[in-house]
Design a binder for this molecule. Structure first.
Ligand SMILES: Cc1cc2nc3c(=O)[nH]c(=O)nc-3n(C[C@H](O)[C@H](O)[C@H](O)COP(=O)(O)O)c2cc1C
Length: 178
């Protein structure tokens, strides 16, 4: 069984990225377990003085989740041509640890735009020593859709298949790293 943690970079209640993450948890292939990480909004703002013994519990929970996962999936919006602060903050808590080193990661996209954030995230995560999977691109255009529309789009057989295939490709990528 491959264990994957999926993180949405949006805190919005009606977030399309969070909806995509939840759909991935429901549509993973049989040999993969995708769990959604929901602690982004509870993380304190990263401060290097608060590492080591002073690491807050919320940050330890994130570090443990990433450490124990075989790989992570990130679905993140773009704000002002950049990575939203909440997502960057979560990544900052992982910088000076082993959690990210050699950890397979895949970006998925709920917006057909967000090209700056995609590039920035890939650069940040590679710098942190994540191994970013580029064997497939999952992009489901949910930008600007209302929750009922989002649910309907994510339930379309073509999208269910696309999600399952993307996780399958990522799982093969993870197996190839070990
Ligand atoms: C403050 C703010 C800034 C944004 N800036 C951009 C941007 O620079 N480029 C872009 O493509 N979308 C931008 N957007 C649109 C969001 O990326 C888009 O609505 C995304 O789907 C939101 O994700 P969510 O539904 O998961 O919250 C911005 C949205 C907000 C709220």
């Amino acid at each position: 069984m491959i264990d994957i943690v999926a993180i949405s970079g949006s805190l919005r209640a009606a977030s399309t990225n969070s909806a995509l993450v939840v759909a991935l948890t429901a549509n993973a292939p049989a040999d993969c377990r995708v769990a959604s990480y929901g602690g982004l909004g509870r993380l304190p703002i990263f401060n290097p003085d608060d590492e080591g013994e002073r690491t807050p519990r919320e940050a330890s929970d994130l570090i443990d989740a990433v450490t124990h996962a075989d790989g992570i999936i990130v679905s993140c919006p773009e704000y002002a041509h950049g990575v939203p602060g909440g997502m960057k903050n979560a990544l900052d808590w992982l910088v000076s640890r082993d959690a990210a080193v050699g950890k397979p990661a895949m970006l998925v996209h709920a917006s057909p735009r967000s090209l700056y954030a995609r590039a920035a995230l890939a650069e940040i995560m590679r710098t942190m020593s994540f191994v970013v999977c580029e064997d497939t691109t999952l992009e489901i255009a949910l930008l600007g859709k209302k929750p009922a529309e989002v649910e309907a789009i994510l339930a379309e057989p073509v999208n269910v298949l696309a999600m399952r295939n993307a996780v399958k490709v990522f799982a093969a990528f993870i197996r190839g790293q070990t």
